[in-house]
Structure formats: structure tokens, C-alpha cells
Design a protein around this ligand. Structure first.
Ligand code: GTP
Ligand code: MG
Length: 250
């Protein structure tokens, strides 16, 4: 089982209008700042936040109680007095199921802490673990030789879109991290299934993807293991051993 929290800025669209038309620069600065603070506060609690859209984030929050969520909410409230944020916590066998449970708790107004605007259920989940795939383009810097910077971006967006679509069929959620990096929250997905998805995605484009899989108790630990697994694939490649999927449990 995995626990996810969806953090959302409430009423963000209407609020942005209050800034007038010359708002885009201000909004970009504000969004970067909010993401920084949200990531910092959750990472300090052994969680990891994925930036889903600028007014909504997904965090792996295994082991983080409603009270600990409320504490973060309180800190965010002090930093961003004009904005109202809410959090919805969900647990599930897969990342998609956990996200749906979080989403439904919010939709049905099921509060675990009404004052702090935290939705979810009070059931305590045990046996929580997270499985994360850190996927990255093999030798993407070499692409820069034959493609222009924007053509590389277009290719990365295409890969992102295909990963998101294929992994969603397996109830796994894909997030873009920057550069040529993606993470898939993939509880329940086997190595064989991941291999099949990656082969399908890259069948008609001339690139290879490497996939480090990490399994750990918390989001942060699983991500650390996934990145370590990806780095192991690189080390093996340096020794002439080609392996595109590697798994580390911690
Ligand atoms: N978010 C994130 N970005 C990374 C990470 N490692 C590299 N990047 C980004 O990815 C870009 C490409 O770096 P690499 O993937 O190391 O370069 P590469 O040529 O593809 O080399 P290999 O992946 O080793 O085949 C970098 O410029 C960074 O923007 C990481 O662990 N996390
Ligand atoms: Mg790469």
C-alpha cells in the first residue's frame, strides 16, 4: 500500500485575475517559490513531492500523519497568507488508487482535520511502501549534436506523454523531473511490464531509455534507491555491460 497526498491551491484561477494583466512574471516567481517551500517541507519529513501542475502537487507521504500534514499546512499558511491551500490524503494498492481515494475524500468533503483543510480517512494504513522508477534517456546529451535545443524538448515531451499514457494503464503515475528525467510511482508494476512499456514507447524513435527501480518504506527512500539503481546502470555501461532495468530495495 502507498499513501499519496494531493496538495492544491484553492481558488487559484480567480485569484490570479486580481493581479491584473501584467501578472505572468509575478505568477511564475510565486509558483517557483511555492514549489520550493512545499518540496522543502515534505522532503524534511521523508516524503517526495512531484510537481503535477503549478497549482497542484502530488506527494508520496507514507508514514506522515494527519497532524504532521496540519503542521506543514500551518507553516505554508504563514508564508502565503493570501492563498488558501488544501491537502487530500489517500491510500491504495497502486498510486492511481491512492490518488483516487484522495480525490474522492476531497470531492465528498471528508475531512480528517477541517480547520487545517485536510481531507482523507482516519483509517491507519500499515505495510506502506513505495516503488518508484527513475527513467532517463540514454546519452541524451549526444542528441544535442543532431537536434536543436527545442527539438530535444519536443522529443522529451513526446516521451513524457507516451510514458504517462502507458503507465496509467498499469495504475502508475508518471511525473517529469526536468532534463531527460521522469519518475513513475509504480507500486504493483513488475519489471517485465515496465520493460514491455519502454520497448513499446521507443519502438519508433531512435532513443533508448534506462530505468532504475527503487523500493523503500518512504517516498524519499524509494526515490533514493531508484536513482541509485539508475546510476548503477550507468556504472555497468561504463564496464561494457548493457542492462536497461535495475532494481534496488532498501
Ligand atoms: N531531475 C533530475 N535531472 C537530472 C538528473 N540527472 C541528470 N538530470 C538532467 O538530465 C540532463 C541530462 O543528463 P544525463 O542524463 O546525465 O546525460 P546523458 O547524456 O543522457 O547521460 P546518461 O543518462 O548517463 O546516458 C541533465 O542536463 C540534467 O538536466 C537527476 O537525477 N534528476
Ligand atoms: Mg540521460
Amino acid at each position: 500500500m502507498i499513501q499519496l497526498t494531493i496538495i492544491r491551491i484553492e481558488g487559484y484561477g480567480p485569484w490570479t485575475l486580481t493581479l491584473g494583466s501584467d501578472r505572468e512574471g509575478q505568477l511564475q516567481m510565486l509558483q517557483a517559490r511555492i514549489y520550493h517551500d512545499v518540496q522543502r517541507m515534505f522532503t524534511e519529513n521523508n516524503c517526495l513531492v512531484y510537481f503535477n501542475r503549478f497549482d497542484e502537487y502530488f506527494a508520496i507521504t507514507n508514514g506522515l500523519s494527519a497532524a504532521a500534514h496540519a503542521k506543514i499546512q500551518h507553516e505554508l499558511g504563514k508564508l502565503y497568507r493570501d492563498l488558501k491551500m488544501s491537502m487530500a490524503i489517500g491510500v491504495g494498492r497502486t498510486a492511481f488508487e491512492a490518488s483516487m481515494n484522495a480525490y474522492n475524500a476531497r470531492k465528498e468533503n471528508r475531512f480528517v482535520d477541517e480547520k487545517a483543510r485536510i481531507f482523507g480517512s482516519n483509517d491507519d494504513a500499515d505495510d506502506l511502501s513505495a516503488q518508484i522508477m527513475h527513467i532517463d534517456v540514454d546519452s541524451s546529451t549526444k542528441l544535442t549534436g543532431r537536434l536543436s535545443p527545442y527539438e530535444v524538448t519536443a522529443l522529451v515531451i513526446k516521451i513524457y506523454s507516451r510514458l504517462a499514457e502507458e503507465f496509467l494503464k498499469l495504475d502508475a503515475l508518471t511525473f517529469f523531473l526536468g532534463g531527460d528525467n521522469f519518475m513513475v510511482v509504480s507500486n504493483g508494476v513488475t519489471q517485465k511490464q515496465a520493460d514491455r512499456v519502454i520497448k513499446k514507447i521507443t519502438a519508433d524513435i531512435n532513443i533508448k531509455l534506462n530505468c532504475g527501480i527503487g523500493i523503500g518504506k518512504t517516498g524519499r527512500k524509494a526515490a533514493e534507491a531508484a536513482t541509485k539503481a539508475l546510476d548503477t546502470i550507468r556504472d555497468l555501461r561504463d564496464e561494457g555491460k548493457i542492462q536497461t532495468i535495475y532494481e534496488i530495495r532498501c
